[in-house]
Design a protein around this ligand. Structure first.
Ligand code: ARG
Length: 246
C-alpha cells in the first residue's frame, strides 16, 4: 500500500517538474561568445562564467534560457528591437548604455582591468604614447572609449582576433582588451606583449534588459543579492576567475 502511494507521489512530482520545464517562460539571452572567461565556445558549446550564472538565474527565476550568440555591437540593438530579452556579455554599465537599456546590479564584485597590447617590436613606452597612433578595439566596447580618451586614432574591429592579427602584422600600433581575454590570447600570440594597463572605474559587468523591464530587473537583482557569498556563486568565481580569488 505504502509503495503505491510513494509511486503516486513520485509520479506527481515528476509531472510537476515536467510541466514547469514545459511551460517555463522562455528568456532569449544575447551574448558574444568571444570573451574568455565570461563567454566562449568550447568544442562548439557555449560556456563561461556568464553562461553558467545566467542558467542559474534562469533556474531560480523560472526562465528557460534560450541563447543567441551575436556580435558585441549587435547586442543592444537586438535588445531594443525585441529580438532578445536580455544581454549577459561581461557588459559594463556605462552612462551611454544606461540611456539605451536597463541594467541589473553588477554581478561581479571586482574591478576590471584592461591590457594595452603592442607588438614585441614596438618602440612605445606607455599608453600615453598611443596618442594619434592607430589602436584596435572591439566595436562598441568600453575599450573603444579608453582609446578615444587616449587621443588615439581608433580602429574598431568586429572581433578581437582581427585586431590582434593586424597588430601581429604591424598594421596597427596597439590593441586595448580586457585583461583576462588579453592574457588568453597572449599565450598563443608570442609576437605580442603587454605595454600598459588601464583600470576602469565603471561598476562591474551587469545584465542588460530592455528599457522599462522593471519587474525583471528587480527579480534578477533579488536573485543576485541572494547568490552573493553563497558556495554556488563563489564556486563559479573560483572556476572562471581563479586569480581574483584572494
Ligand atoms: N567590458 C567591456 C564592455 O562592456 C567588454 C565586454 C566585451 N564582451 C564580449 N562578450 N565581447 O565594453
Amino acid at each position: 500500500m505504502e509503495g503505491i502511494i510513494m509511486k503516486k507521489i513520485i509520479t506527481l512530482i515528476m509531472a510537476s517538474v515536467l510541466s514547469v520545464s514545459l511551460f517555463a517562460e522562455k528568456l532569449y539571452v544575447g551574448t558574444n561568445a568571444e570573451f574568455v572567461p565570461y563567454e566562449y565556445l568550447e568544442n562548439g558549446k557555449l560556456t563561461g562564467f556568464d553562461v553558467e550564472l545566467m542558467e542559474l538565474i534562469g533556474q531560480k527565476a523560472g526562465y528557460e534560457i534560450v541563447w543567441k550568440d551575436m556580435s558585441f555591437d549587435g547586442l543592444i540593438p537586438a535588445l531594443q528591437t525585441g529580438k532578445i530579452d536580455a544581454i549577459i556579455a561581461g557588459m559594463s554599465q556605462t552612462t551611454e548604455r544606461q540611456k539605451a537599456v536597463d541594467f541589473s546590479n553588477p554581478y561581479l564584485y571586482f574591478k576590471s582591468e584592461h591590457l594595452v597590447l603592442v607588438n614585441n617590436k614596438s618602440s612605445l613606452n606607455n599608453k600615453e604614447e598611443l596618442k594619434n597612433k592607430i589602436v584596435g578595439v572591439q566595436l562598441g566596447s568600453l575599450q573603444e572609449e579608453f582609446a578615444t580618451k587616449l587621443g588615439a586614432n581608433v580602429r574598431p574591429y568586429n572581433s578581437f582576433l582581427g585586431a590582434l592579427m593586424d597588430l601581429e602584422n604591424n598594421k596597427i600600433d596597439g590593441v586595448i582588451i580586457a585583461d583576462k581575454t588579453g592574457y588568453e590570447y597572449l599565450k598563443s600570440m608570442k609576437t605580442l606583449k603587454t605595454l600598459d594597463k588601464i583600470t576602469d572605474n565603471y561598476p562591474g559587468a551587469s545584465i542588460a534588459l530592455k528599457k522599462g523591464s522593471l519587474e525583471k530587473v528587480e527579480k534578477i537583482n533579488k536573485i543576485l543579492e541572494n547568490l552573493k557569498n553563497t558556495d554556488e556563486y563563489n564556486n563559479l568565481v573560483i572556476k572562471y576567475f581563479p586569480e581574483k580569488n584572494n
